[in-house]
Design a protein around this ligand. Structure first.
Ligand code: NAD
Length: 296
């Protein structure tokens, strides 16, 4: 089978176009404009870029957005008070608190403080638990975006062996649950691997579909991939590049140039999973707005 590049950027644009017309119809019918708030603490450049993209996407699909910036020295108490205020605000359909947070703030406490009905990042244990049981919920944005990509590209998952590398709460673990669930982009046999896995290469060589979410540049190499496999690269790593004007560039967790020729499908970095994460968030926000008006 020839190698196909999964174009996350194009797919994200197409889905956002569709969402834009759904939003126009929703506003015409209900008089309500979906409204996302984003809380950004401190001055982490990557977080600023991610939140900037989220706010921009809201504009593209016709949502309102409110960006709330706080200094890195905000106390945990003040942040929790802000979350409480957003939970109560009838004008806000959903909100996110961009992670990571400064060290003195407990991220678990913050996640638990968010009203699950407004938790459009899908990080609250109520949403996570519902996801695990296959109940309607807000799915975490990155795994949600990946399932949309698999669906759009008609990639069969039922009965196939998926190896997920990385077990974070926001990518690896939810991805492994979603793909093993009885659903359209699920029904797979899933192996969840991590830093303590002993025979990672042997397991990867058995994979029909690989999802790499490790955070180490070019970790997955060609000798670990079976001929014809589907490779989804979630990693976003900045590496030095003296040929780039900025002196650096973004690469994934997969050694793309050498792995791609062996694949049936592969996502590039950038332009693969990244743009789809924002789409997942937009879909969740639209759903939150509908639910607040008791629409399915
Ligand atoms: P994390 O740092 O929370 O977790 C990394 C995981 O990799 C851990 O579970 C760890 O067990 C595993 N790991 C580390 N070393 C390993 C090894 N040698 N062998 C096997 N497993 C190993 O990571 P995360 O938050 O899931 O992010 C992973 C990557 O994905 C990062 O590059 C991050 O920037 C990127 N990311 C991208 C998006 C997106 O929208 N594309 C979203 C979230 C995260």
């Amino acid at each position: 089978m020839p190698m196909n590049i999964i174009d996350g950027k194009l797919t994200a644009e197409e889905i956002k176009q569709q969402l834009k017309s759904d939003t126009e119809r929703f506003i015409a019918e209900t008089g309500k404009t979906p409204h996302l708030a984003a809380v950004l603490v401190g001055d982490n450049p990557a977080s600023h870029a991610y939140v900037g993209n989220k706010v921009k996407s809201c504009g593209q699909v016709g949502f309102r957005s409110t960006l709330i910036k706080k200094e890195a020295d905000i106390s945990e108490e003040e942040l929790l008070a802000l979350i409480h205020q957003l939970n109560q605000d009838p004008d806000i359909d959903g909100f996110i608190v961009q992670l990571p947070l400064p060290k003195h703030i407990n991220e678990v406490k913050v996640t638990l403080a968010i009203d699950p009905d407004k938790d459009v990042d899908g990080f609250h244990p109520v949403n996570f638990g519902k996801m695990a049981q296959g109940l309607p919920c807000f799915l975490p944005a990155t795994p949600y975006g990946i399932t949309l990509l698999l669906e759009r590209y008609g990639i069969e998952t039922a009965g196939r062996h998926v190896v997920v590398v990385g077990r974070s709460n926001i990518v690896g673990t939810p991805m492994s649950i979603l793909m093993s669930r009885k659903s359209r982009t699920g029904d797979a046999t899933v192996t969840l691997t991590h830093s303590r896995t002993r025979n990672l290469k042997d397991l990867l060589l058995l994979a029909d579909i690989v999802v790499a979410a490790i955070g180490i540049p070019h970790f997955v190499t060609a000798d670990m991939i079976k001929e014809g496999a589907v490779v989804i690269d979630v990693g976003i790593n900045r590496v030095e590049d003296e040929n780039a004007r900025s002196g650096s560039r973004l690469v994934g967790d997969v050694d793309y140039d050498n792995v791609a020729p062996k694949c049936s499908y592969i996502t590039p970095v950038p332009g693969g999973v990244g743009p789809m994460t924002v789409v997942g968030l937009m879909m969740n926000t639209f759903q939150a707005a509908r639910q607040r008006l008791s629409l399915k």
